[in-house]
Write a protein that binds this ligand. Structure first.
Ligand SMILES: [Zn+2]
Ligand SMILES: [Zn+2]
Length: 457
């Protein structure tokens, strides 16, 4: 089996894995690097452009896994694009939104290469997309390679519990198997139930390592964290401030909204309008619509009916009155040209306000810098907003949608692969996993897949 990590970066970056198995070739994920700009944010497709890729499989619809899909299809026009049926409902919306974001950045930041693909292109390639239920055997080899009597490789998508439609990908050849975790969550969230990765065995495991550098806090409980968030929101309203929770549109938005709905139902928070973005609204509707085919809690909770959701129009956050209002807005890391970025720049000066992080924010992003700032400190928030002084309350809540490192380590023991390829993590995260796996499983091969290099396993 041959594997190439096409991520242009050693950190989380742009997920994309090229796999060659028994004469067939597969691309798993085609992400965009969240911090890079222009073509440098793309996976290194050129390295494999000469090879015929039979199929492209998408683990889930987050930008760092799917944002470069139209570019991948340009390289491999004959490949079918396989994903879960739930991702199938989301993927076009994600890609069209990314055209909009890139077009805006082309104008405002002067990134000439943007957009990297067009709305027309997204519409054209949509015909290649195929959605499948979890735990079905899928044939993915190119049709002209199929020979009578010879078994072709298959694929099976396993529920990864990370965001709606997320999957781990099992690839089965005649002699060998590979499992790719994608982004995975081994604990229940408020809506989504934990991953169903039971009894998975594979010869080779490609594993995410997001939280390898973060030991769980002693005595940690997710419910205690949710209560702490509800209390913090209440505190801000008591003193007449506004609350901003920066989130990603898919997954995090709906999980936070569900938590708020439960708090309101329990009488711990008062019913009031919650301001969200247009894309957050679209995905929230899809969470509601597809509840019946989702492995989830609160099957009957309809967020769009239970909550008083108000969609913000473009530019509205610049002028509206803030006091007493609750915002659940993109982007989670407050990248420039997002509502969360503009609103945070407006809110930070006033000590009555609260900005509450509920997910990872890279230290090099506006969100990461705000998170790291001290009360009263003036710092460079972003090129667009310039320096701001942080007087508002800034708190961090651990409500991750990624597996804890010990859970992933246990998972390695279940899968019993001969080789583990470490991905989707910073250097220190992957290093931690390498040391732990070597200590626990001395015979297992642990591979730090250098971007762009052939790995034979
Ligand atoms: Zn993800
Ligand atoms: Zn990811």
């Amino acid at each position: 089996m041959r594997i190439i990590n096409l991520n242009p970066d050693t950190g989380i970056g742009a997920s994309a894995w090229f796999v060659e198995l028994e004469g067939h070739r597969l691309l798993m994920d085609a992400g965009i690097h969240p911090k890079r700009e222009g073509r440098s944010a793309l996976p290194m497709f050129a390295l494999v452009a000469q090879q015929e890729v039979d199929a492209i499989a998408i683990s889930h619809c987050h930008h760092d896994h799917v944002g470069a899909l139209p570019v991948a299809v340009r390289h491999f026009p004959q490949a079918h694009v396989l994903m879960t049926e739930l991702s199938y409902f989301l993927v076009e919306r994600v890609l069209h939104n990314s055209v909009n974001v890139m077009s805006r950045q082309c104008g405002e930041l002067g990134i000439k290469e943007y957009p990297l693909y067009s709305h027309d292109e997204v519409d054209e390639i949509a015909a290649l997309f195929q959605g499948f239920r979890y735990n079905r055997e899928i044939e993915w080899a190119a049709f002209h390679k199929l020979k009578p009597g010879v078994l072709s490789p298959t694929m099976e998508l396993y529920d990864a519990g990370h965001a709606l439609g997320s999957a781990g990908i099992m690839v089965r050849g005649r002699h060998e198997t590979l499992f790719y975790t994608g982004d995975v969550c081994f604990h229940d969230q408020t809506i989504l139930k934990s991953a169903r990765f039971e009894d998975i065995k594979a010869d080779v495991l490609i594993m995410e390592t997001t939280r390898g550098n973060r030991p769980p806090a002693p005595g940690f409980s997710r419910q205690a964290e949710i209560d702490r968030l509800a209390q913090a929101i209440d505190r801000v309203f008591q003193r007449g401030g506004a609350v901003l929770i920066p989130v990603f549109a898919l997954g995090r938005t709906q999980e936070i909204l569900a938590m708020l709905a439960l708090e309101i139902k329990a009488g711990k928070m008062r019913q009031q309008p919650i301001y969200i973005g247009g894309l957050g609204r679209v995905f929230t509707e899809i969470y509601d619509l597809e509840a019946h085919r989702t492995h989830r809690h609160l099957q009957n909770l309809r967020l769009t009916e239970t909550l008083n959701l108000q969609v913000l129009e473009k530019g509205q956050v610049d002028t509206m009155r803030l006091a007493g209002r609750l915002y659940v807005l993109t982007a989670g890391m407050m990248s420039e040209n997002t509502p969360a970025h503009d609103l945070a720049a407006r809110m930070a000066q006033d000590e009555k306000n609260g900005i509450f992080f509920v997910g990872y924010a890279d230290p090099d992003t506006p969100g990461g810098r705000l998170k790291a700032s001290k009360p009263g400190e003036t710092f460079l928030f972003s090129a667009r907003a310039g320096e701001i002084t942080r007087n508002c309350e800034v708190l961090d809540f651990d409500l991750t949608a990624h597996a804890n490192r010990d859970e992933l380590l246990d998972f390695v023991g279940v899968v019993e692969p001969r080789a583990v390829v470490l991905g989707h993590g910073e250097d220190d995260s992957r290093q931690w996993f390498e040391e732990q796996i070597r200590a626990r499983h001395p015979k297992m091969k642990v591979i730090q897949a250098t971007p762009g290099l052939n790995v034979e396993v």
